[in-house]
Ligand binder design. Structure first.
Ligand code: PMM
Length: 315
């Protein structure tokens, strides 16, 4: 896989895999549905994630769980803009998780430094031009359709090859609309039109090096996803609940970092922030540490500290 040493506009280059912490301001996301729906709690949670070591905090206002229905643009704006603004004001590097250009635009105006578009520019024809105009970093994810019918689109003869080719085409398309290739981060879209029972996600992870020729950094976002629960099913064939898949997520992070991922997107930040540091020290043989370039965990621009408890999902 390509190395994490990529310079992206407006983002920290830390010479290691970055950690993106998730704040879903939704009543129904699969992994933390309802936990941070309240605006004040969402901000508090984002601050906690930053203090625990998140390099970026990803704020989303629309659930993309399989089968989910869309929310209106107004509702998505109402959920996200104030949270983005307050986190950015407090010195957090914020990313906006949206498929809508207008939501992305308002978030960037409120201080977001990255647009995370799970549709790779397919859901909103205005997204590429907006991203080009703002110049911010852009996560372009592999996507085959909205959550209400993505499962039936998960048909592949060679999942890694097809995801690779579809990402390349999407990249060419947004570059054709003015996006600078240097703004782009690619994401294979684990769990999106990928079926646990067909091991699509594992096929992608096993073949991440096939994305090298695209020449862009990779974001890996497998935290608490169903394919982990399926792998860890019990003797009766029941999937491990996502509330008990944070250890598996941590393993995924360590392996992704070792494989050269630019960033991982996770819910439980603290152990994953540790894992990417372990991977970096392993890779450079402790050179940065010896040279006094060790890095404190969770240093916010405003010096914030973590509130004490980290609530778990109740879903
Ligand atoms: N997955 C979810 C939401 N946003 N963004 C990117 N770039 N990649 C993903 O795989 C991704 C995402 C859904 O998971 P959640 O409900 O835990 O946020």
């Amino acid at each position: 896989m390509v190395s994490p040493h990529f310079d992206l506009p407006g983002l920290p280059a830390k010479g290691r895999c970055l950690v993106v912490g998730v704040v879903n301001v939704t009543p129904d996301s699969f992994s933390d549905g309802g936990e941070w729906f309240d605006r004040g709690r969402a901000v508090e949670h984002g601050l906690r994630l930053a203090a625990e070591g998140a390099d970026l905090v990803d704020v989303g206002g629309e659930s993309t769980r399989p089968g989910a229905q869309r929310v209106s643009e107004e509702e998505e704006l109402r959920r996200t803009a104030p949270v983005v603004r307050e986190l950015a004001r407090q010195g957090v590097a914020v990313s906006i998780d949206t498929m809508r250009a207008r939501v992305a635009d308002q978030a960037v105006q409120a201080g977001a430094v990255l647009v995370n578009d799970v549709s790779g520019g397919l859901a909103d024809p205005s997204m590429a031009r907006l991203v080009a105009g703002t110049g911010v970093a852009y996560v372009l994810m592999h996507w085959r359709g909205h959550s209400n019918d993505m499962e039936k689109r998960a048909v592949y003869a060679d999942v890694a090859g097809e995801v690779h080719d579809e990402l390349r085409m999407r990249m060419e398309s947004v570059v054709g609309e003015g996006v600078d290739p240097g703004q782009i981060v690619l994401d294979p879209g684990l769990g999106f039109a990928k079926r646990p029972e067909h091991a699509h996600n594992w096929q992608l992870l096993a073949h991440l090096d096939r994305f090298d020729d695209l020449g862009r950094p990779l974001l890996i976002a497998g935290s608490r996803k169903r394919f982990l629960g399926r792998l860890l099913a019990d003797a009766h064939g029941a999937d491990r609940p996502f509330t008990e898949s944070d250890d598996a997520t941590l393993a995924l992070t360590a392996l992704s970092a070792a494989a050269g991922a630019w960033a991982v997107r996770v819910h439980d930040v603290r152990p994953n922030a540790d894992a990417v540091r372990v991977a970096a020290a392993w890779q450079d043989g402790g050179a940065a540490l010896k040279a006094g370039r060790g890095e404190p965990v969770g240093s916010l621009a405003n010096g914030g500290t973590a509130p004490s408890s980290t609530p778990r999902s109740g879903q």
